[in-house]
Design a binder for this molecule. Structure first.
Ligand code: SDX
Length: 434
């Protein structure tokens, strides 16, 4: 393999270094291109651009591989817990039993939020989307938990990490309870991370929530497979905002906002709403598939397609297994599951989807799993955010520690008006008369 790329520009020859990752991924290093050639590159949406090197998550889009710190997602979903996987992503290694116990008790100790935050919720418009509330509340955490000069930078970061991991989950459950006018349920030191969330969501003084540990395991696995995904849109937002050296809370708040988008983490809510529309129109998915293929129609098949995976998203079979397991345990059926399976069958065998390498992604079945847990549909993106938080944190920490990381400030190719003079107000012609 050559270690340089040759570029010929305006009769001059330039050699650009090639860098190779531990899994054989190759990249042309253009970090000196503008300085040496006066040219920038042009790559809308960064389809062909690597923004950093990273040792956290490896994705192989051709073969449908996903590993956290080298460990296959399938093994973590089978054997790990969400707290343990969070530790692995953030610290780079699986924790010893003592390290895990210390980490878990740290999360427990920081699971409450400042009582004054309730005033934020009560003054938030009732119909606000939980992702907008969550993004605001996470930014507000910084005001309640400012940096303490006596603490070292490392201590400050470790404390902020524990606060975020624990309080984001509490804030999410609070937003649900308050949106329904129900009593806020506090975290319990007797429950683990995932069981605590479900209890905070569904417990009530008049109807105590009975914890089903199969449901808890399904939630745990959903959060494990959601925990990181290399440089996706929201993680790139966290790194981008963090590159200005703003605090971790503000960087995570930016990640939540990016994940909210229907093309990204908001797709899990869009998928279920799309499946409901298919059900209400008689259950035949074909008209929706035809719309998705029509270039004149902005409609997209939500939960299908991926920037990296050009085969099945490896998270899909794990989620599908949990859907089957939880529906069987709860002795429930979901009409949307059959519609989703019919839609998947029709789409993956359609020439357009085959030619475009469009397969179901993580969001296609995750909504059905969350419905089975009685999570309300507008909370689906919030559930994704809680799962993705350890990934965002690990990526933010890695970028802060990366000696090659600079302020993220891309350039552009300017296509506006060339140089022209200011026109005095009395000399201007209104646009309608031009
Ligand atoms: C997540 O990046 C990550 O890792 C994200 C994520 C994570 O864990 O962080 O995996 C989570 O966000 C999953 C994706 C959730 N979004 C959706 O399900 C929304 C529907 N999917 C698409 O909008 C789309 O597939 C994207 C946004 C996910 C990816 O789009 P790209 O890579 O920008 O590709 P594109 O929009 O340029 O599409 C390429 C072609 C186009 O056709 P042509 O113009 O080339 O003929 O594929 C078509 C698109 O029209 N296409 C679709 C389609 N997705 C792509 N056509 C119909 N339905 C779709 N869903």
């Amino acid at each position: 393999m050559s270690d340089k790329a040759t570029l010929i520009l305006d009769g001059k020859t330039y050699e650009l270094p090639i860098i190779e990752g531990t899994e054989g991924e190759k990249a042309i290093d253009i970090s000196k291109l503008f300085k040496e050639t006066g040219y920038i590159t042009f790559d809308p949406g960064y389809v062909n651009t690597g923004s950093c090197t990273s040792a956290i998550t490896y994705m192989d889009g051709k073969n449908g591989i996903l590993r956290y710190r080298g460990i296959p997602i399938e093994q973590l979903a089978e054997h790990s817990t969400f707290v343990e996987t969070s530790y692995l992503l953030i610290h780079g290694e699986l924790p010893t039993p003592d390290e895990l116990s210390h980490f878990s008790s740290l999360l427990n100790d920081h699971s409450l939020v400042h009582e004054d935050m309730k005033a934020f919720f009560s003054n938030y418009p009732r119909g606000a989307h939980p992702m907008g509330i969550l993004s605001s509340m996470v930014n507000a955490l910084r005001a309640f938990y400012p940096e303490v000069p006596e603490r070292s930078h490392e201590e400050e970061i470790d404390l902020t990490v524990a606060r975020l991991l624990s309080k984001l989950r509490t804030l999410a459950a609070m937003s649900y309870k308050i949106s329904r006018g129900h009593l806020v349920i506090y975290p319990s030191h007797e429950l683990g991370y995932c069981a605590n969330f479900l209890n905070m969501m569904f417990d009530s003084p008049v109807k105590p929530y009975v914890i089903d540990y199969d449901v808890v395991r399904a939630l745990e696995v959903f959060w494990i497979i959601s925990a990181d995904h290399e440089q996706n849109c929201s993680t790139s937002a966290v790194r981008h905002v963090g590159s200005a050296r703003v605090n971790l809370y503000a960087s995570i708040s930016a990640g939540i906002s990016a994940l909210w988008g229907p093309l990204h983490g908001g797709a899990n809510q869009e998928v279920v709403e799309m499946l409901e529309r298919i059900k209400n129109s008689g259950g035949d998915p074909r008209p929706f598939i035809e719309r998705a293929k029509d270039k004149e129609d902005p409609f997209r098949l939500m939960g299908f397609g991926h920037r990296v995976y050009k085969t099945y998203d490896p998270r899909v079979p794990i989620i599908k297994k949990m859907v089957d397991r939880i529906l069987e345990k709860l002795e429930r059926t979901d009409p949307l599951l059959e519609i989703a399976q019919n839609l998947e069958e029709a789409a993956v065998n359609d020439p357009y989807f085959i030619e475009h390498d469009l397969y179901p992604n993580v969001d296609f079945y995750s909504g059905i799993l969350l419905r089975a847990m009685d999570i309300p549909v507008n909370m689906f993106p919030v559930m994704f955010a809680i799962g993705r938080l350890p990934g965002w944190i690990s990526q933010w920490k890695e970028s802060m520690d990366d000696p090659n990381q600079k302020l993220c400030r891309p350039r552009q190719v300017y296509t506006g008006p060339t140089n022209r003079d200011y026109i005095p107000r009395d000399k201007r012609i209104s646009r309608s008369k031009r």
